[in-house]
Design a protein around this ligand. Sequence first.
Ligand code: GTQ
Ligand code: FE2
Length: 371
Amino acid sequence: MMTGTHLSNDSLEQLHEDLAAANMAPTWKYIADFVSKEPKATYRPWLWRWNEILPLLQRAGDLITPDRGAERRSMEHVNPDLKPYYSTSHTIATAVQLVKAGERAPAHRHATGAIRFAASSKGGRVYTKVQGERLMMEENDLILTPSWAWHEHANETDHDIVWLDALDFPLVNLLKTSIFEPGEGAVCADKPDNYTRDALGLYRTVGGGDYSEAQPTLRYPWVEMRAALDRRSGDKGCPHDGILLEYINPLSSGPTLPTLSCRAQLLRDGERLKAHRATASTIYYVIAGSGSTVIDGQLFEWQKGDVFVVPIWAWHEHHNGTGDAYLFSITDQPAMERLGLYREEALQESGGHQSVSTSFRSDSRERNHEA
Ligand code: GTQ
Ligand code: FE2
């Protein structure tokens, strides 16, 4: 033989041992582990009730101030299977943030992209200043803070605001690309209100030149999104999502952010949708109404303010109760599409409906943790 180390009484077991010692792995033994037949979620669906989370945030209201150091008074929705990552799905983390009357939170920027959804606001001069532009937060407005955009929060009203944050830091951290920079003083020249919207709309300042930001820093008013949904309420809609609209980037007509797509949907009175699954994870926030979603055979009943996560490749179908329901959602579908990894399929059996085997109970927390 060419190699002096070849042994005539060699065995496969011996080879496997020697491969391990040489920091090599035999594909013939492990291929199913690293080229799995199907996506493995490795984390479960979960739901956080507004009623249970809000008191915790109120307590933080008395104990934390969002100044430099604490940085933000927000609390992450941590999936019980993703505790080391502080994340809600494997790619997205949502949180609730409280900014009390008269407070501000300091400027910073980070590689992670973020959106805010103004879950509970009385309107007025409460805003996130993004790249020098004040984006006002009326109830259920969507605000973007794209990757590396300076942002700070201010509540100049006499009432507190609570909003939902969604960030792509689990994906950014998986890719080891996190950067964070605190801001000192005026990090960015102030822009007039509605600057971006005007620049990307029908009118602009004469001689103002092209819009210069890589990603638009936009506010999407709920009154407009809601009107757009309601205009479609007589449509047939999608069998899986009912009336579903995506918040788009008007510069590219692409998704909301490169990594995240935000959507709002209308589920009509008694609407029962069919199950599908995709190589994307989605986090839902209930804007209004009540109903349920079956996720991999588990029933999740939801009402206004609740947040729930549909893991990657999990079957899910929404059933609305009585009256209209509106859901806001954040999905990593754009990231998957950009990587050429997006797939989806509809459930074929049982007319597209799953059989329900269990109901979600958040007080099953302890038992689930040990499982
Ligand atoms: O408001 O800038 O929930 O940077 C987590 C990180 C909110 C924010 C979070 C953040 C922010
Ligand atoms: Fe931030």
